[in-house]
Write a protein that binds this ligand. Structure first.
Ligand code: CU
Length: 173
């Protein structure tokens, strides 16, 4: 029970940080953290990850990248390459019979969210880095990448991440 509360708190913090965007995020970083300590630091890194990027401005989209999600529990393609600073629209199509989703972030964060959703399926979990698709549906997610490196994504439907429904975005200079 204690663990569930910790995970819930983490999710709320994460969603709030994402919702407030980069400016307030930096302001928060420069303030003393009342809870402090190495655990908070580690948690913070897991929430934001180094260079996972942020929701993009739809008017700045330069490319649309199509990804198909299906019941083989794979993203096709599962690896994409973008450039630093580029704003792209991921255009997703769920061609399966099950719900699928795409959440962008560091793998550790995605695993935490997947575990939380498996434990508390009725909890609302909308987030700017998450797109959920019912069977047969399509949808878009606009994202901007601000640092070179690798950003993970995964499907959060129960069991799908563990079955290998993950992918990565390589951000190049
Ligand atoms: Cu899935």
């Amino acid at each position: 029970m204690k663990k569930s509360i910790a995970l819930l708190a983490m999710s709320v913090l994460s969603a709030a940080a994402l919702a407030h965007g980069t400016a307030s995020q930096h302001a928060a970083e420069s303030m003393p953290m009342p809870m402090g300590g190495p655990d908070m630091q580690q948690m913070h890194e897991q929430m934001h990850g180094p260079g996972m990027g942020h929701p993009g401005d739809p008017s700045q989209v330069t490319r649309t990248l199509e990804i198909v999600l299906d019941d083989s529990l794979r993203f096709v393609p599962a690896e994409l390459t973008v450039k630093v600073g580029e704003t792209v629209r991921f255009f997703l199509k769920n061609s399966g019979q099950q719900p699928h989703s795409m959440m962008i972030g560091p793998l550790a964060q995605l695993q935490t969210h997947a575990a939380m959703m498996a434990n508390m399926p009725s909890m609302p979990h909308a987030a700017p880095n998450l797109l959920e698709l019912k069977p047969g549906k399509r949808g878009g997610l606009v994202w901007q990448f601000d640092q070179p490196g690798t950003v993970d994504f995964a499907c959060l439907t129960a069991g799908h991440l563990d079955a290998g429904m993950v992918g990565k975005i390589v951000v190049t200079e």
